[in-house]
Structure formats: structure tokens, C-alpha cells
Design a protein around this ligand. Structure first.
Ligand code: ASP
Ligand code: MG
Length: 413
């Protein structure tokens, strides 16, 4: 018998009506002859509400053990309600918290990682005919403390369970009907992808396409769990996230991702000698500022320019750190721009095709969009541009690489 893990996000279980509706979908799946494990998030807004309560006591950044005790309650509510809704419809169902299911994590509160899952226990309940409803986003450490997996962590719970019981598919039900070539709010002509590879999805997710928690995608790639992203509200096949071998006739470019949260920091005229990069970036790292793209110019007159990007929230702190550093290096001026964005083309097809970069740069140039920085990897080309050109840039590239709905035939693999 095939086994399916379904995960329903907060917007899918945001009210009693919605929970009843999810119950109907779960039963329909069961009636097709599958064993079903259901992972649920807290009702939409609930985790934020709980964080807010903690903030009132602990200030802006509540942390640690008690926060996890608090946050884990959101999912405990939805598992019980969904199990009741299933039982009311005559479907044998049992709810389970992370701890009850033996989801063992490390002890990093608020961002714990799953170490192991007691799959035997889950299998036993399934074999007895139960739908098992599992609280997402939580586990227990070796000492029995409740832990949570970081925001969006129910996705990871679902994938980890699917891996543990070797499920045939992990279905992530959410409020969008799949993964798109780009954000449809920016490009209404964006198209739902039938399939995307894990690698591409990782790039898209890390660049801000927030359909899935990144860790869930990493996990799925590592343990070969096929994931399908589907809408709770519309019928449709969704998007299958899978292995490269399974994608026939891969398109050159699968999607365009962007990230609005970037800022650029520049140091001009620093002495061009060994150790300068380390000197500049060392103190930045010490302040826990994450650096993304880095560019150092070819030096002239014994000096060089050095530019990198950071999260926009870290911009001011970064400027201060650099001012300090320059005093020690002796020379250079600090500058920057908090209004930049990163735009990326993503596609495994790029591996085998040259010329994608120049096509990208030409398309941007035709709209007089200036490129500030460029970086590339095997399956991605990213550029930094001014924030005001973000929407235009996305649309131009979407068009240049024929990603729109009218190209469906041509590009569908
Ligand atoms: N309820 C948690 C959150 O809002 C986990 C999840 O929904 O995946 O982040
Ligand atoms: Mg979510």
C-alpha cells in the first residue's frame, strides 16, 4: 500500500470550517487506498500571537526553552481538532505531538534540528488503520525538553516523517497552487511549474520564494523524498520537486528569484595587499553579519575597492564596523547603498548551455537597468541592481527567457 504524508499550513487550518475541510481531503486520500500521515501547522497567526505574548515579557527577542514550550502549543491545538474532525466522519485517527512520536532533536531551542524519528511507532499506528495527525515544527531533545524547529518548521517535520517511513510522496498543502516561474504578484504572467529539481528549489527558496522552509528542501534532497506543493483551496497537480534525472527536456531557465532585503557596502581605496579581505570581513563576521556576494576590484595605484552585500537590517551596523576597521588598516572610504536588490536566474539547464549570462545582461541593458554586481554558480546567475528596477527587471527577464504562460507547451518538461 502506498503511504502519503500530507502537510497543511496555517492558512489551511486557520478556522474550524477549514479544519473540517482538511478532514474531508484527508479522508478522500485515504479512500483512494493510501495510508496517510498528516502534519499540521498552528492556525494562521497563532505562532505570531504566541511570539507577541513572549515579547511582552521578554522584550524583542525572546529565546530559549520556555519559548519552545509556548510555541509548540499552537500545533497541539490543531492536531487535536483535526483528529476530532476525522473521527466525527468515522475515520480512525490519532493525534500525536512531536514528543509522543519520538521526534528527537538536538537541544538548540527555537531552531532545533531533527536527529531521528521513531518510525516504527508511526508505522504501527498506520498498520492498525489510523490516520496519524502529527504536530509540525516540534520535537524533544535527549533530556526531554520540548524544542521547535524554527519558523516554517512544519515543512521539515513533514519531510522528515516522509523520509522516516519511506513515504511515496510528501504533499505540502498551502495557499498557493505550486511553485511559479517567479512571484505572480510581480509578473502576472508567471507560470506554475510542473516540476522543479531540489537544487533549483533550494536556490529559489533561499532567494526569497517562501513556499517551503529551506531546511525541508535540503532534507528532501538528502533523503530522496519527492515533495509536491499543492493548494488546499484549488484542485490541480501542483508542482513536484524532484530529481534532475526525472526532469525530461529541462528548460534552460526554470525561474527568476529575487531578494529585496539586500544592502550594499563598499570600501574604496584600501591598500591592495594580502590579508585585506580578511581584515575587512573578519570584524563583519564577528558581529554576526552575514555576507552574501563579494566583489573585489583589480587593484590600481596600490589600492583597491571592495564591495559586498548584507541583509538590509545589518546595513547600519555594517557601516559602523567598516569605519572602525578602516582606522586600523589606515586609509580607504566607506560607502554603501541600502536600496539594492538581487535578481537571479535559476535553472539546472544552465550547466550545459553557454550564453545565458549574456542574454540576461543584454535584456537588462535594453531597459537601461544598470548591473552593480554579478555572481554565478553552476545553476544560477545573480545580479545586484537598484531597488526601483526590481519589477521591471523581473518582467524583462521573464520575457527574455520565455517563461510566460504562452510558452507553456514549449517549456513544459
Ligand atoms: N507554526 C510555525 C510557524 O508559524 C511552524 C509552521 O507553520 O511551519 O512558523
Ligand atoms: Mg508555513
Amino acid at each position: 500500500m502506498s503511504l502519503i504524508v500530507q502537510k497543511y499550513g496555517g492558512t489551511s487550518v486557520g478556522s474550524i470550517e477549514l479544519i473540517e475541510r482538511v478532514a474531508g481531503k484527508v479522508i478522500a486520500t485515504k479512500e483512494q487506498g493510501h495510508q496517510v500521515v498528516v502534519v499540521v501547522s498552528a492556525m494562521s497567526g497563532e505562532t505570531n500571537r504566541l511570539v507577541g505574548l513572549a515579547n511582552e515579557i521578554q522584550g524583542d527577542a525572546p529565546r530559549g526553552r520556555e519559548l519552545d514550550v509556548l510555541l509548540s502549543t499552537g500545533e497541539q491545538v490543531t492536531i487535536a481538532l483535526l483528529a476530532m474532525a476525522l473521527q466525527k466522519r468515522g475515520c480512525a485517527a490519532v493525534s500525536s505531538t512531536g514528543r509522543q512520536l519520538g521526534i528527537l532533536t538536538d537541544n538548540k531551542f527555537n531552531k532545533a534540528r531533527i536527529k531521528s524519528i521513531n518510525g516504527a511507532r508511526l508505522k504501527k499506528s498506520l498498520d492498525e488503520g489510523y490516520v496519524v495527525v502529527v504536530a509540525g515544527f516540534q520535537g524533544v531533545d535527549e533530556e526531554g525538553n520540548i524544542t521547535t524547529l524554527g519558523r516554517g518548521g512544519s515543512d521539515t517535520t513533514a519531510v522528515a516523517l516522509a523520509a522516516a517511513v519511506e513515504a511515496d510522496e510528501c504533499q505540502i498543502y498551502t495557499d498557493v497552487d505550486g511553485v511559479y516561474t517567479t512571484d505572480p504578484r510581480v509578473e502576472p504572467n508567471a507560470r506554475r511549474l510542473e516540476r522543479i529539481t531540489f537544487e533549483e528549489m533550494l536556490e529559489m527558496a533561499s532567494l526569497g520564494s517562501k513556499v517551503l522552509q529551506i531546511r525541508a528542501v535540503e532534507f528532501a534532497g538528502k533523503y530522496d523524498v519527492p515533495i509536491r506543493v499543492l493548494s488546499t483551496f484549488d484542485e490541480g497537480p501542483g508542482t513536484l520537486i524532484t530529481f534532475e534525472e526525472d526532469v525530461v527536456e529541462e528548460p534552460l531557465v526554470s525561474g527568476i528569484a529575487f531578494n529585496r532585503d539586500e544592502a550594499q557596502l563598499t570600501v574604496k581605496g584600501v591598500p591592495d595587499r594580502p590579508g585585506v579581505a580578511a581584515h575587512i570581513l573578519g570584524p563583519i563576521a564577528e558581529e554576526n553579519i552575514e555576507v552574501d556576494m563579494i566583489v573585489q576590484n583589480v587593484g590600481s595605484d596600490g589600492t583597491t575597492d571592495f564591495t559586498f552585500t548584507v541583509h538590509r537590517n545589518d546595513y547600519n551596523k555594517g557601516l559602523l564596523v567598516l569605519e572602525d576597521t578602516l582606522k586600523n588598516i589606515g586609509g580607504g572610504q566607506v560607502g554603501g547603498d541600502p536600496h539594492i536588490v538581487k535578481l537571479s536566474l535559476v535553472g539546472v539547464g544552465m550547466r550545459s548551455h553557454a550564453g545565458i549570462a549574456s542574454r540576461m545582461f543584454t535584456a537588462l541593458a535594453q531597459e537601461k537597468i544598470n548591473i552593480r554586481m554579478i555572481s554565478t554558480s553552476e545553476i544560477k546567475i545573480s545580479v545586484v541592481i537598484e531597488e526601483k528596477y526590481l519589477e521591471l527587471g523581473v518582467r524583462v527577464l521573464h520575457e527574455a527567457f520565455e517563461l510566460g504562460q504562452e510558452n507553456e507547451e514549449k517549456n513544459s518538461g
